[in-house]
Design a binder for this molecule. Sequence first.
Ligand code: PMT
Length: 405
Amino acid sequence: MLQGKKFILGISGGIAAYKCAQLTRLLVKEGAEVQVIMTKLAKQFITPLTMATLSKRPILVEFFDPENGAWNSHVDSGLWADAMIVAPATANTMGKMANGIADNLLITTYLSARCPVFVAPTMDLDMYQHPSTQRNMDTLRSYGNHLIEPNAGELASGLIGKGRMAEPEEIVSQLKEFFVRREKQDLTGKNILVTAGPTHEKIDPVRFIGNYSSGKMGYALAEELASRGARVTLVSGPAQIKTCHPNIERIDVVSAEEMSYESRSRFSQMNAAIMCAAVADYTPLVKANEKIKRKEDELSVKLKATTDIAASLGKDKSDKQVLVGFALETQDAMANAQKKLEKKNLDFIVLNSLKDEGAGFNSDTNKITIINKHNKVKEFALKSKTDVAVDVVDELVECFFNIGG
Ligand code: PMT
């Protein structure tokens, strides 16, 4: 699968740099070409000679060769590669990548790269958990980069926790999976609607009723569908995530009513819809034009039910369309999900429960159970939302196959 693929391996200065020798060896063994770019500090952790010998190419560090002035073009390297891997990605390098601080060849190449970029973080426990590191990783994800989760275990400092760079075998296997999926293009010609994020229901000019949805799950689905060839219409409530895939048309909405209008008016042109948004079930009956002043000890805001978008699409759905819903539960998860599956006329429902740690709102991970309309149940382990999206889209592809679509 990696035969003939061209990789830039960007090595930054962390102890896990030693694993890059094995990573390069594995990639070359698969028939891939590897161009190594190292930061100056990375050379302290693994020698250029080792990396040049294993990759069978001179490694690049500087913008130009001081001996003869030969220019190492980051633009050419960025265009040459089928994928760039930044491993190990230190807190410093990820911070620069997230903020466009182009002070070394690795970063300028990253900024010029048009290919997919894989980032394998490594660092000590507290550095990894620091809000700035987590924010930078979120930013990198939002740019469409693929973060390869570090493993938990004993760290170089002796502390125990998350921060060990993924093993070379794991990185190679993720690269293979990526190219298998991308080359499958099994959704070419399909139009798919995805709803994502929260809705905000206006109370008055300064307040709204909302929820904790970040949009991460829905955006991961949109990216996965697009990378497999689908034309995606992403109807998104307020979310701080960027989309960059050319196959994704994004429509920003605020309220449940707007989301309902944009989804329902497009559904007839869709082959499928995945309803991942956390839509408000109720909205204020009256939206005040002026800020509501504090007066009494108690205040009541009368609410009315919103349109159940999934249920209304379920009513209009033809035999050739696939409708997928999500169920976010806190109790009686299976029973409630099954009720929603039937009531909304879904082909399958993706259950995530807030009782499972790392599942549901805002986290980068999720743990799902898929229940289809024939009551077949598939349980999945806790995974990154990117990987969860793969499982959901695989199930969708199976539905298309079953309806001959
Ligand atoms: O955005 P993240 O932070 O990544 O979090 C992801 C998520 C937890 C929001 C997502 O995985 C999820 O569970 N989305 C559905 C949330 C929800 O509203 O679930 P529900 O059980 O209340 O609704 C059932 C289904 O009906 C959902 O498909 C929902 O989109 C749909 N619905 C609900 C109400 C409504 N008025 N219209 C709808 O279409």
